[in-house]
Ligand binder design. Structure first.
Ligand SMILES: [Zn+2]
Length: 234
């Protein structure tokens, strides 16, 4: 198995960061494409402690690798995004509370309440099959629904968030849950909202507010809280 020490330790750190934010735990997973576009790294499946993920716990797989126990059950989300959209380097799947709440709404709010969530789609892609994403065909349908957006919701289930880098995907995942919480709260308080005006181009806003430098700053900050204790078990 080819060595990817640096990327492997980054994927382990991403797993711990997402766990520290309550975004993944028993459920949820993260992947990153390697320099070889036929291979990707993914965190372990449901039985593993994500908050203690070590580099040696990370799995390196070929895009055609078939699911087996120990891997994330919804593994093919990762293989198929990396196969169909190689410019996307990372996919994160979460079952976090605010995103799950939005995913059950008949109409998902498109309001932008936070500059840092400017990757929020104007029309949210929604997977509405009442099942997990269990096989390659289902995963390819999901990636088709995602299109060119940064996030798609899975009804009664969760969300997938993607990034052109691992750092971007991790930052977006934390902000997506935060923004979802704001939207759920806004619907609860019922007060008139002042969202970012629709005339503002969200791509331009994103480029101004969330530059790659900001992704890296967030990464440095967030990863400093999640070092693995020596001898920790995965
Ligand atoms: Zn899931």
């Amino acid at each position: 198995m080819p060595e990817q020490p640096s990327l492997r330790s980054e994927l382990a750190a991403a797993t711990r960061i997402l766990a520290s934010h309550g975004l993944i735990g028993m459920f949820g997973h993260v992947s990153v494409l390697t320099e070889d576009p036929q291979r990707y790294l993914v965190c372990p499946g449901a039985g593993a402690r994500k908050d203690r993920c070590r580099p040696e716990d990370v799995l390196e797989l070929d895009l055609d690798y078939e699911f087996e126990p120990g891997l994330p059950l919804e593994l093919y989300m990762h293989s198929e995004v990396h196969r169909l959209k190689p410019h996307i380097k990372s996919l994160i799947h979460v079952h976090s509370p605010a995103l799950v709440a939005l995913a059950a709404m008949a109409t998902v709010p498109a309001d932008l309440l936070m500059l840092h969530a400017s990757f929020w789609p104007s029309v949210m892609p929604v997977w509405d099959e009442p099942d997990l994403v269990r096989d390659r065909a289902a995963a390819q349908r999901l990636i088709g629904i995602l299109g060119d957006e940064a996030i798609a919701l899975l009804r009664w289930h969760g969300a997938v968030i993607v990034g052109r880098t691992l750092h971007e995907a991790v930052f977006r995942a934390t902000l997506a849950e935060e923004h979802s919480g704001q939207l759920v709260t806004a619907l609860s308080h019922g007060q008139p909202l002042a969202p970012v005006p629709e005339s503002i181009d969200r791509e331009d806003l994103y480029a101004k507010v969330l530059s790659p430098r900001t992704h890296d700053m967030h990464w440095g900050y967030a990863s400093s809280f999640v070092t693995v204790p020596p001898g920790a078990r995965g």
